[in-house]
Design a protein around this ligand. Structure first.
Ligand code: HSE
Length: 296
């Protein structure tokens, strides 16, 4: 029986104004091993609650097999997750990507990356975490006639990402439920213009431009109330000169900087300022997307 292990990077989506469109892969990983068996499903390495057939890695695995018209046999799945769950760092997208890529690798790689993206986007509903998880680096995506179109953007290599991860989770469904269905023309213009400049600032390595452009009117102001300490942390980060945004749907808050001493500067003040327990996670850009790291 064949076995493959897929490594998928963490991803931060939105990057401020790029709601449901921008994403970047980061240096934190979930590894998922798939081993074909004669029958049945066995999932290990995660909470008991996630060991059933609704596990996202398994759902994507089955969907990829169905797309290839391949027979579903038994499978053992082992999850070694280092991406914190439900924290806005792409943990769900990582499982979907691993599942689809695992099935593809076990059955002769019949599907292209675009094909895998189509399958997983139909499940996730937006490609902003999936695209950087598959391709690495910085991506922008659109959905056209129901299908994701994703491209990589140049990214200055000196950026450092400091993720501030709280000890509570925030399901994406809850963080999307607080968003209005309609937005004003002014807010739409604000986000389109700021989004374009965020991409340029990330390419140039221009911290001042990034700080100014990384502002949003479509989601962050509605989600703040779900994240205790949000405003206090934002004010603190802004005194350092780093750019600041919500990572994905939150609750992780993200600082982007070239200042190697940012973590040290924040550490002195974060504990005194906050009510929840916030862990600082220094991360780099991951330029490589999901890949097979072991196959036998
Ligand atoms: N763009 C998504 C959101 C990312 O902000 O809701 C989380 O899946």
């Amino acid at each position: 029986m064949k076995r493959v292990t897929i490594r998928v990077p963490a991803t931060t989506a939105n990057l401020g104004p790029g709601f449901d469109a921008f994403g970047c892969a980061l240096s934190l990983y979930t590894d998922v091993t798939f081993e074909e068996t004669d029958a049945g499903l066995e999932i290990t390495g995660c909470d008991e609650a996630f060991t059933g057939p609704d596990n996202l890695a398994y759902v994507a695995y089955c969907a990829a097999l169905a797309t290839m018209s391949e027979e579903l046999r038994g499978v053992k799945i082992h999850i070694d997750a280092h991406i914190p769950v439900c924290r806005g760092l792409g943990s769900s997208a990582a499982l979907l990507v691993a599942g689809a890529m695992g099935a593809n690798a076990l059955r002769g790689n019949k599907l292209s990356t675009q094909g895998l993206l189509n399958i997983t986007n139909a499940m996730e509903g937006h490609p902003d975490n999936l695209a950087p998880a598959f391709y690495g680096g910085l991506t922008a995506s659109m959905v056209d006639n129901g299908l994701p179109v994703c491209v990589n953007f140049p990214l200055h290599p000196d950026w450092e990402f400091l993720a501030l991860v709280p000890d509570f989770d925030l399901p994406t469904t809850k963080a999307r439920a607080v968003l209005p269905e309609q937005v004003s023309r002014g807010d739409a213009i604000y986000n389109i213009s700021h989004g374009a400049l965020v991409l340029k600032a990330l390419e140039l390595g221009d911290e001042k431009l990034l700080r100014n452009a990384m502002q949003d009117r479509l989601h962050q102001k509605y989600r703040k109330s779900l994240i205790p300490d949000y405003e206090k942390i934002e004010s603190l980060v802004r005194t350092t000169g780093a750019a600041f945004c919500l990572s994905g749907a939150g609750p992780t808050l993200l600082c982007i900087t070239q200042d190697e001493r940012l973590e040290e500067k924040l550490a002195q003040k974060l504990d005194a300022l906050t009510t929840a327990n916030w862990q600082m996670l220094p991360l780099h850009i991951e330029f490589q997307g999901a890949r097979v790291i072991a196959s036998e």
